[in-house]
Design a protein around this ligand. Sequence first.
Ligand code: RNT
Ligand code: ZN
Length: 414
Amino acid sequence: MQRYESAKAIYAAAGVDTEKAIAALREIPISVHCWQGDDVIGFDGADSLSGGIQTTGNYPGRARTPEELLADIREAFSLMPGKKRLNVHACYAFLGEDKGKVDRDGYSYKHFEPWVSFAKELGLDGVDFNPTFFAHPMMKDGLTLSSPDEKVRRFWVEHGKRSLEIAAEMGKAFGKPCLVNIWIPDGFKDVPADRLGPRLRLQRSLDEILAKYDKKHVIVAVESKVFGIGVESYTVGSNEFYQNYAATRGVCCLLDNGHYHPTEVVSDKIPSLLAFYDKVALHVTRPVRWDSDHVVLFEDELKEIAKEIVRNDATKKVLIGLDYFDASINRLSAWVTGQRSMQKALLYALLLPNESLKALQDAGNFTRLMVEQEKAKLLPFADVWAEYLNRENINEDYYDEIARYEEAVLKARK
Ligand code: RNT
Ligand code: ZN
């Protein structure tokens, strides 16, 4: 308390209102991915991941059933401060008696209703949804929506349509739109003979999927990528393809910060897109040398991303989602560390004297801008963070609780 009062005064002298920052942070939802808990396997029959994405590590305790995953989410979410949404993939369908009978082209809301009830029980802000275009036998030669095989392409178009219907119900259940993100793994390991054909087929498939959906309850995003493991030479859903697709079809782009060339940064892409789009969706991750999906940490580029959201007054325009999967450490700890890092970065950005820094830039006073930006880095951020957690009834330390859960619950999973 004493530390907070002193920090509050130091920030006030720098022109920053810490109370306002804390209040603003509380209003920014973070969509937490369900797939960190089970290494992106899901409930609908896959036993391994495919489509150029990979989890590495075999730390004990992976959730193997819907019950285990829900229990882990409940525990992990209890250690995460702030407003949360739950991000669900279609492969996490509760199929019950339909298991083995109904495939992804036949999923309906009833298979996901348990997620909605669960999210309500946890008091979450809503549920987001993703069609799952990977880890499935109907992927042919690594292709889904861009497949030249009409039977394959139709199957996945149908899956996309079903997903939008499911999402509309999810949106209705919370009275807020549900974000549906479309990511497909389609691409080639080696030099293709036709780069346009697959893209034209993808364009057609997307147009078919999006022909009709509930725009009040669903926001659609498309996620581009450079390459995947085993899909190094060509990606159908490239950045240029999706940005133009989104702009011409009135949907939004989802930027995954692991999906660009190593010196490109998503923090710079956010304001570029905000100049044209009402919404920009994010998959926040931490790429180490490639799209490795490491646990998100409180690092410089994350801070830059948060700054672009906060100082452009875009906390309602940028839809923040997490997308990482680490199987080499305790999976709950991975979840919590990543979510808290995002929260920290947002608070950090909210606590900067953004207006006066902008004024220095516009006045061309770059010498003072550099001095002030460096000074701001050492403001007593940690004390405000501690106060925020305190008000959220969350302990700063989460290791002991996770270790307890590991002993009591995870160790029994053999
Ligand atoms: C893959 C994409 C995609 C997935 C999730 C599971 O490179 O980032 O978003 O990680 O849909
Ligand atoms: Zn992603």
